[in-house]
Design a protein around this ligand. Sequence first.
Ligand SMILES: CC(C)(COP(=O)(O)OP(=O)(O)OC[C@H]1O[C@@H](n2cnc3c(N)ncnc32)[C@H](O)[C@@H]1OP(=O)(O)O)[C@@H](O)C(=O)NCCC(=O)NCCS
Length: 151
Amino acid sequence: MIQGKWFAPGDDLSDLLPVRETVFGLSADAQDAESWNVLVLSDSVPVATGRIWWQDGSFWLGGIGVLEEYRRRHLGDLVLRLLLYKAQSHSAREVRLVCPGNLTGFFSRLGLQEQPGSSPDSVEMMIPGDRIDLDTCSRCPKQNCPNRQPC
Ligand SMILES: CC(C)(COP(=O)(O)OP(=O)(O)OC[C@H]1O[C@@H](n2cnc3c(N)ncnc32)[C@H](O)[C@@H]1OP(=O)(O)O)[C@@H](O)C(=O)NCCC(=O)NCCS
């Protein structure tokens, strides 16, 4: 079973930090005091994480990572969707993140766009809050799927 768990700013992150440490080699930091962190568990095992915070008029996403042995199972996609949903539910004006150039395709799938002035190692991406679309059907090419709602 896949579960998502939110941690408010100031919460104990001890369930989540081993995932961050394994993926990024990073522990808790000052940003956690300002962030909502999310943890995804697979059969009660912590496997993926990410965080969101507000700064200078934008919501920022960071630390999105999945343990290597759990990648390519749409768990990174789930973390990204949970974070975008959090931004949407706070009426975000815009959501930003910085990622390596080889990951822009992962983030552009959900509408984040590369910003001018980025370098290949560090690409800033942004989506206006009113462009966040978490409807899985809207980007799916299967027109005859029974899950698709009639217009
Ligand atoms: C990036 C990362 C979070 C992706 O997680 P994941 O669970 O393997 O990805 P998912 O299975 O959810 O992928 C969802 C979709 O994105 C696609 N995708 C994954 N990585 C991609 C990439 N680098 N470029 C383009 N598309 C990508 C998948 O093919 C999949 O497509 P589909 O819906 O057509 O099947 C994971 O590779 C990771 O933890 N990387 C190391 C940490 C890191 O660099 N994080 C980013 C910091 S900004």
